[in-house]
Design a protein. Structure first.
Length: 185
């Protein structure tokens, strides 16, 4: 009887842990199991990260549209939301075509930053939102450029080439908002 209770408890613990694991990690693990070469695994990891980033950027944009009263920030946020939603569709199509498992939401780090931002006062929110998103965007551009250099997959190169102009435009617009906010101080 003790052994049966232990086994039932162990099964319940494993089930709870797998439910608490975020879709980002599940997708990465699935891809590690499903792809054989190092390059395929790196490309799959890139797509997983890009999808999670798109979900996060959409949420960041929605937060700014709901919280900020600054017209420039709301305009940039609207543009980011729309562009990232379009990019997310393309990434999902690419992942489906290549058999890549993808997350269903942003990762836990992004959720933490979103919660942190949501608790900011309006003035601090505007400055922090612009700063954080510009920094995030710079990192994403570097990641896309790096993968473009590494990959031999022509479809992935095309996807990256299509995404980079919007990403660069977002960065320019975010920096412009940062400058306007700095001048207002």
């Amino acid at each position: 009887m003790r052994t049966a209770t232990f086994i039932v408890g162990l099964i319940a613990l494993v089930a709870c842990n797998s439910r608490n694991k975020e879709s980002f990690e599940i997708a990465r693990e699935d891809n590690r199991d499903n792809f054989e070469t190092r390059d395929e695994k790196q490309e799959a990891d890139f797509v997983v990260e890009a999808v999670a980033q798109n979900y996060a950027n959409i949420r960041f944009a929605q937060l700014a549209m709901n919280k900020s009263v600054d017209a420039d920030i709301r305009e940039v946020a609207s543009m980011i939301e729309q562009d990232q939603a379009n990019e997310l569709k393309k990434l999902k199509g690419f992942a489906n075509q290549k058999g890549i498992s993808i997350p269903l939401e942003e990762n836990s780090d992004a959720r933490h930053k979103l919660n942190e931002l949501a608790n900011q006062q309006t003035r601090q929110f505007n400055e922090k939102w612009c700063h954080d998103l510009a920094k995030k965007n710079e990192s994403e551009i570097q990641s896309f450029e790096s993968m473009w250099e590494k990959t031999t997959d022509k479809d992935l190169k095309e996807l990256i080439n299509a995404a980079l102009p919007d990403m660069r435009n977002h960065l320019v617009r975010l920096r412009s908002c940062q400058e306007k906010l700095a001048l207002a101080n």
